[in-house]
Design a protein around this ligand. Structure first.
Ligand SMILES: *Cc1c(COP(=O)(O)O)cnc(C)c1O
Length: 404
């Protein structure tokens, strides 16, 4: 192999294996997912869709793309007469852009959780192209409970009359009430689009409610809790499918990445197993154990806890910015990200919070007991207290729970 790149791959493997990864959007894929990603499918161009391609030699990739779609429908218990699956988006951001491009006339209103409240850039944020082409009507959380206030949401929707409502975000730890979101969408005749990128693996493992009984469109990345390669899937109810298909190709993309689709197919089958369901449930138990222990150690947890794989810690409540906390933790081998908290008075480049997720450490096999140890490490690391001891615990945990 290329020697320079091989050296970097080995260095990255070393870094990953010696680090406690609390980045809520990361995970570790299986060897089988990696093998599919590095397979000969990387050589194939397949612009178009199965049985309607622009190049020759597509018999096998057609079977692959259909297999991936079939597995996705099976995983989320979707009937093929009502739901279409598009596995071609290159990643979550282009998938979301495709959905908006397909279903929202330019300039119309999309109601979505504000970025600073836990939403995602691609939901119409100003710095994203989605915020230039469409007008975001932002919603947030209640100041006291720090949970979504559905009454307030309805109130905003009735005034603003958005064409689409987006549920799901990147830093909201609680269960989203999809039924209430549907009722609000119906009230103003808006489409309901659920972006389940973060919690798709939890839905697959039946550890978090499914949005499918209520949504018109669902997107997901495949590399977060779902534990697949970096990619995305769009699920659309049949009446929206032709527009979505055209928006993905030729609207926004050229040839699909068939090696990525092969790896997605592998991940979807893995996610359908009983052991994955145990994994998904453990991810949530771990997030709850970690947040409870941090709370016990004196840290303020946004909304007081979590129903998912992630939560936010208000580190400013003890005088540390998210940036400072993140840098201190990286020094002892714990990685996570700084994050805005609801009603944050600081700027996004150095906000008041950190985001913690348990998808990756749970893949390594850690359970509640290790979460308590990690909570102590995090606390010591930020406070710069017994740092040598904390670093030793990091090394011991990484050794005991190796990468697969
Ligand atoms: C991660 C994420 C995305 C974007 O995915 P990329 O693959 O990074 O483009 C979109 N929406 C949500 C809610 C996400 O969490």
């Amino acid at each position: 192999m290329d020697r320079e790149v091989k050296k970097l791959i080995e260095a990255e493997r070393g870094r990953q294996s010696k680090t406690i990864n609390l980045i809520a959007s990361e995970n570790y894929v299986s060897k089988n997912v990696s093998a599919a990603l590095g397979s000969v499918f990387v050589n194939k161009y397949a612009e178009g869709y199965p049985k309607a391609r622009y190049y020759a030699g597509n018999e096998i990739v057609d079977a692959l793309e259909e297999l991936a779609g079939k597995r996705a429908r099976k995983l989320f218990a979707l009937s093929s007469s009502r739901w279409d699956v598009n596995v071609q988006p290159y990643s979550g951001s282009p998938a979301n852009l495709a959905v908006l491009h397909a279903l929202l006339p330019e300039g119309s209103k999309v109601m979505a959780m504000a970025l600073g409240m836990g939403g995602h850039l691609t939901h119409g944020s100003k710095v994203s192209v989605t915020g230039r082409l469409w007008e975001q009507v932002p919603y947030g959380v209640d100041r006291l409970s720090e949970e979504i206030d559905y009454g307030e949401l309805l109130h905003i929707a009735l005034i603003e009359r958005p064409n689409m409502i987006i549920a799901g975000g990147s830093a909201y730890s609680r269960v989203v009430d999809f039924k209430k979101m549907r009722m609000i969408a119906d009230e103003v005749k808006a489409l309901l689009f659920v972006d389940m990128s973060h919690f798709a693996g939890l839905v697959a493992g039946k550890a978090y409610p499914s949005p499918f009984p209520y949504a018109d469109i669902v997107t997901t990345t495949t590399h977060k809790t779902l534990r697949g390669p970096r990619s995305a899937i769009i699920f659309s109810k049949k009446e929206y499918t032709p527009a979505v298909r055209k928006a993905v190709f030729p609207g926004l993309q050229g040839g699909p990445h068939m090696n990525q689709i092969a790896a997605v197919a592998v991940a979807l089958a893995e996610a359908a197993t009983p052991s994955f369901s145990r994994y998904a449930n453990q991810v949530i138990k771990n997030a709850q154990a970690l947040s409870e222990e941090l709370h016990r150690l004196g840290w303020r947890i946004v909304s007081g806890g979590t129903d998912s794989h992630l939560f936010l810690v208000d580190v400013m409540s003890r005088g540390f910015s998210g940036g400072v906390a993140g840098d201190r933790l990286e020094k002892i081998g714990v990685v996570l990200n700084k994050n805005m908290i609801p009603f944050d008075e600081r700027k996004p480049s150095d906000p008041s919070g950190i985001r913690i997720g348990t998808a990756a450490v749970t893949t390594r096999g850690m359970k509640e007991k290790e979460m308590k140890a990690i909570a102590r490490i995090v606390s010591q690391g930020i406070l710069k207290k017994d740092v040598a001891d904390a670093k030793k615990t990091v090394d011991a945990l990484c050794e005991k729970y190796p990468l697969r």
